[in-house]
Design a protein around this ligand. Structure first.
Ligand code: DP6
Length: 334
């Protein structure tokens, strides 16, 4: 039997950058994000005699599949703990990613969130949302947040207490401004280690992130869009600053990204309240109130390659979808 799940990327408004435990993927500080309503990853898992991973129609081997195989090992460990007969089974994983892979569009978040939900169901694991978030975290830290609907806070802590949960926040939109596609130069995983070991600002980054997360949670609870936007922008800049201070320096933003941040500041001066953020890549997301989204997208159309800045809203956390309908291209459309 084949089980299929779908998950969306999330964009952090308080960033995760740095691990307290590499193996368990425990962050040095908590973070907060919005799950998007587009760029889904749809993943099917079928128990099988051999383990294979197909991504966007291509069979993966070597590094491309190593993280997936390691992750399936965690699933089997859980199956064994729950005394399930599936504990020895391998899996065929087929994944389709509709966002640009590894270009700062958080494909590992949607990828491991979808895999966690599909594989947990295929192996017959009994896991609640918290445990699914903990499980997804082992694949990729930010995947813990893509399990959650709309807005999530991922707690720092130990293996038990480090998971994401929903937080109420005012409705908002993100406009993705994809200034570049293609593989990024330094993976998040490597960039985090380089920052932790060589950036002199790293200790400050950790303490300031803890403080700013508290402010962000208060702003979300108060429905204060302005403070949310200001925090998101300054925290993104702090992340890029602590990374740039690594030796040798790592820089994810390029000149086109900076042009987008300049235009965002200009839009604010023109009276449209919008703020910027960017993950470990050059693509920028503009954060706006839903009513301003169309105007902001229009302002950024000339900045993108295909002239198309995409408007994204808060989306669903990872969930099961009907395999037959996905194959037939019917049912819930991403
Ligand atoms: C810049 O979750 O991709 O997007 O845990 O090593 O898989 P690993 O890293 P990953 O890092 C995401 C970093 C970020 C910020 C964020 O999403 O909070």
């Amino acid at each position: 039997m084949t089980v299929t799940a779908r998950a969306y990327p999330n964009i952090a408004l308080v960033k995760y950058w740095g691990k307290a435990d590499e193996d368990l993927i425990l962050p040095v500080a908590g973070s907060m994000s919005m799950t998007l309503d587009d760029y889904p990853t749809t993943t099917s898992v079928t128990l099988a005699d051999t383990e294979t991973f197909n991504l966007n129609g291509t069979e993966q081997d070597g590094a491309g599949s190593a993280r997936v195989h390691t992750f399936l090992g965690f699933i089997r460990d859980l199956a064994e703990k729950q005394g399930l007969p599936t504990a020895t089974a391998h899996a065929r994983v087929v994944s389709v990613n509709e966002g640009p892979t590894a270009a700062g569009m958080a494909s590992s978040a949607s990828g491991f969130a979808a895999l966690a939900v599909a594989a947990a169901a295929a192996y017959g694991l009994d896991l609640d949302t918290k445990d699914l978030s903990r499980l997804a975290r082992r694949g990729s830290g930010s995947a813990s947040r893509s399990i959650i609907d709309r807005f999530a806070v991922w707690h720092a802590g130990d293996d038990e207490s480090s998971y994401a949960e929903e937080i109420q926040a005012p409705d908002m939109a993100m406009i993705s401004v994809p200034v570049a596609t293609g593989e990024k130069a330094v993976s998040s995983r490597k960039g985090m280690v380089a920052t932790a070991t060589t950036s002199p600002f790293y200790p400050e980054w950790i303490t300031s992130t803890e403080q700013i997360l508290e402010e962000m949670i208060d702003a979300c609870t108060a429905g204060d869009f302005t403070t949310i936007g200001e925090i998101a922008e300054v925290h993104a800049m702090r992340m890029h600053a602590v990374i740039a201070a690594s030796r040798p320096s790592i820089r994810y933003l390029n000149s086109a990204s900076l042009d987008v941040f300049d235009r965002i500041a200009q839009l604010r001066e023109e009276g449209i309240e919008t703020y910027g953020t960017a993950d470990a890549g050059p693509n920028v997301f503009a954060i706006t109130k839903p009513g301003d989204a169309a105007a902001v997208a229009k302002a950024f159309a000339p900045f993108t390659r295909d002239g198309d800045a995409k408007i994204l809203f808060p989306g669903r956390g990872a969930h099961l979808v009907d395999t037959d309908q996905v194959r037939a291209g019917t049912g819930e459309q991403p």
